[in-house]
Design a protein around this ligand. Structure first.
Ligand code: KIV
Length: 263
């Protein structure tokens, strides 16, 4: 069984780990069998599974259903699960909803956003034995505030704010952090300043781990939706198990992400 202690050890040993999203038992089993140790049941399922143009329509019961499916397929993977939009607006709401994700089989809940307003929520969850992963940078649940899916932390003020937020959340008890679509230099700084493992997506090669949406790894996102930071590993490998092993190997060896996948 993979636990948060393994991720902490990987950070100490500078072992770069690859993680991926999954939403059902079949893919979860295939990923686990081919070497994936960390799976995210992301609210990206609103787009990849449900066909919406954002993650906002996803509700808690959708997450519960997909977490149960993934847990069936990957009993020994470390399972991260997203708290969807507006399910953690207050500490008590977060506590009640996070408990449902943990009961469904998650090992840790992920919530988006930074700063002081989330610190209380994180403290509250951690005190009640619910481990928390943060998510900073491009936070898709805030797409309407951000004005689109754009790289974040590009100017000095925004970068300093993100760094400060990361420290606040870590101090509140966050044990893992996803950094999405930020300049590589900023991701590198966050990774070196924080003692918790940092997982990057569109955040360059210097984070402790990487994550990609499974549809991007397999190149089955329509061309128009394929993010520039992602890579289709199926194209060169020809079959899904080999594509997954290739993704893991390229992350572990530092080959992926390359400069062309970074900002
Ligand atoms: O929902 C999701 O799949 C995510 C990843 C993009 C990190 O949050």
């Amino acid at each position: 069984m993979v636990t948060i202690s393994h991720l902490q050890e990987w950070k100490r040993e500078q072992f770069k780990f690859a993680s991926i999203t999954a939403y059902d038992a079949t893919f979860a089993r295939l990923f686990s069998k081919n070497g994936v140790k960390v799976i995210l049941v992301g609210d990206s399922l609103g787009m990849t599974i449900q066909g919406h143009n954002s993650t906002l329509p996803v509700i808690l019961n959708d997450m519960v259903y997909h977490i149960r499916c993934v847990r069936q397929g990957a009993p020994s993977c470390f399972l991260l699960a997203d708290l969807p939009f507006m399910t953690y607006a207050t500490p008590s709401q977060a506590f009640e909803n996070a408990a449902k994700l943990m009961r469904a089989g998650a090992n840790m809940v992920k919530l988006e956003g930074g700063g002081a307003w989330l610190a209380d929520t994180i403290r509250n969850l951690v005190m009640r034995s619910i481990p928390v992963c943060g998510h900073l940078g491009l936070t898709p649940q805030s797409v309407n505030m951000l004005g689109g899916y754009k790289v974040q932390g590009k100017n000095m003020n925004d970068a300093e704010q993100l760094l400060a937020d990361a420290h606040i959340l870590a101090k509140a008890g966050m044990q893992l952090l996803v950094l999405e679509c930020v300049p590589s230099k900023l991701a590198e700084q966050v990774t070196s300043e924080l003692t918790i493992p940092i997982i990057g997506i569109g955040a360059g090669s210097k984070t402790d781990g990487q994550i990609l949406v499974m549809q991007d790894v397999l190149g089955i996102t329509e061309d128009i939706n394929m993010p520039t930071f992602a890579k289709n590993f199926l194209a060169s490998e020809g079959n899904i198990p080999a594509a997954v092993r290739c993704y893991i190997q390229e992350v572990e060896s530092g080959q992926f992400p390359a400069l062309e996948h970074s900002f």
